[in-house]
Design a protein around this ligand. Structure first.
Ligand code: KIV
Ligand code: ZN
Length: 457
């Protein structure tokens, strides 16, 4: 933690906006379980639900508010008395309650959904915040569909609610319409034009309809927002919300560009993601950044070889830093011998060069057919390749047995010369770009490395 980095508040809305996504509803017990994990994850605010929406939602918010004590617990309410009262009823036992009031401000919402004028909108927002403030000190206001609202009018509404006592102004890109430069400019405009803005926290709430939710949230932070609303695994209405893990890790991996701190405990990210997926039954897409199954998996031989030599070659963060147990080398047809030999060693088999060549040829043929070679396939292949025959001494054995065999075995019969493998240029050694390599005393080692590189291509 460095003093010169601004602190960004992480507002998790997995239990509210996230739960609104198809197939993601959770019961009270499940919400409570996830809320405890969000607490361990270190989020600052948990939006626990929308209390007026249903009896179940109300009870869930109430249960979370009464047992999860460290983070702020927020409850959502439309800008009307019954919603705000219900939200307060659910939140009143919280150690740190927050009422989150929203009202649409774009002309399209005012005209077709709410059927009110702009003046009526300002009045309704002001009244709602005054009422919420009479119940709770911590009040957040969201002008729904802010990014499609006339900026002049948006600033007018925001000024009214700041005056009425709002402490956080959340700017939602409700339909995922904005782009990073535009959203950053909107935040700047709000900071320049809204009177009293210095007393409140500006927040960003981005949807992912154009795949830019995280980029938009980060642009807002760069422009001065100090709260981000996000969800685990990026779940949420339609294409989802900005994903918590991506925002947090972007700041952690690129502090040169995003010099901000959050209170999130990186090592708890994977557990939160897995728990959500397990509870909802909605799997994480394999290539999802940070927490997808393939996020730290390497199949291409060049990549495997690099990662085994130094993970930094192809990994910009460690799996451990986000709580992923271990980097996974996927063995498939693009894999190289380096990765294959490591996996074999992990399975208890060690090979000399010729033994590895034998296994590798058969492994590639198998991978061509079945795509991913699992450990049990590999074990079968090893046993099959090196079945003890009457005359030949097995080239490989499980490590423990092999050691014993060295001690007890009679001198082995001379083996026939192995067939030379010419998978890469012989004669003067060149690197992958054809540039001659300098002669080196450890030329076999270099040759092996060069070979591994090319085998993976
Ligand atoms: O997307 C949205 O506008 C919302 C608000 C209720 C904040 O979820
Ligand atoms: Zn939303």
């Amino acid at each position: 933690m460095t003093a010169d980095r601004a602190r960004v508040i992480v507002f998790d809305t997995t239990l509210r906006d996230g739960e609104q996504s198809p197939g993601c509803s959770m019961n009270q017990q499940e919400k409570l379980r996830l809320a405890h994990q969000l607490d361990r994850l270190g989020v600052d605010v948990i939006e626990a639900g929308f209390p007026i929406a249903s009896e179940g939602d109300f009870e869930s918010v109430r249960a979370i508010a009464s047992v999860v004590r460290r983070p702020i617990i927020a409850g959502l309410a439309r800008a009307c008395r019954p919603d705000i009262e219900r939200a307060w009823e659910a939140l009143r036992d919280a150690e740190r309650p927050r009422i989150h009031v929203f009202l649409a401000t774009s002309d399209i919402h005012l005209k077709y959904k709410l059927r009110i004028t702009r003046d009526q909108c300002v009045e309704q927002a002001r009244e709602a915040i005054r009422f919420a403030k009479s119940l709770c000190d911590d009040v957040e206001f969201s002008p729904e569909d802010a990014t499609r609202t006339d900026p002049e009018f948006l600033c007018c509404v925001l000024e009214a609610v700041v005056e009425a006592g709002a402490t956080t102004l959340n700017i939602p890109d409700t339909v995922g319409y904005t782009v990073p430069t535009e959203f950053g400019e909107l935040i700047t405009t709000i900071r320049q034009r809204v009177k009293g803005i210095e007393r409140v926290t500006i927040s960003a709430h981005c949807h992912n309809d154009l795949g830019m939710a995280v980029a938009n949230a980060l642009a807002a932070v760069a422009a001065g927002a100090r709260q981000v609303e996000c969800t685990i695994n990026g779940i949420g209405e339609r294409a989802g919300n900005s994903s918590l893990e991506e925002i947090v890790m972007a700041m952690r991996v690129r502090p040169d560009r995003y010099p901000y701190e959050t209170g999130v405990v990186g090592e708890q990210i994977f557990a939160a993601s897995q728990m959500l997926s397990e509870i909802t039954g909605v799997p994480v897409q394999p290539n999802k950044a940070i927490i997808g199954r393939n996020a730290f998996a390497h199949e291409a031989g060049i990549h495997q070889d690099g990662v085994l030599k130094n993970p930094l070659t192809y990994e910009i963060m460690t799996p451990q830093s986000v709580g992923v147990p271990d980097s996974k080398l996927v063995l498939g047809k693009h894999s190289g011998r380096h990765a294959l030999s490591i996996r074999c060693e992990q399975l208890g088999y060690q090979f000399d060069r010729r033994g590895l060549d034998d296994i590798y040829r058969r492994f590639v043929r198998l991978a061509d057919k079945i795509k991913h070679v699992e450990d049990h396939h590999l074990l079968e292949l090893i046993r099959d390749t090196h079945k003890p025959s009457g005359s030949a001494t097995p080239l490989i054995e499980p490590l423990a047995q092999a050691k014993a065999a060295v001690v007890n075995a009679p001198p082995p019969a001379p083996e026939p010369e192995p067939e030379p493998i010419r998978a890469f240029p012989v004669g003067p050694q060149t690197n992958a770009f054809g540039v001659p390599l300098p002669a080196h005393s450890d030329s076999h080692h270099e040759q092996t490395q060069q070979e591994d590189y090319l085998w993976g291509v």
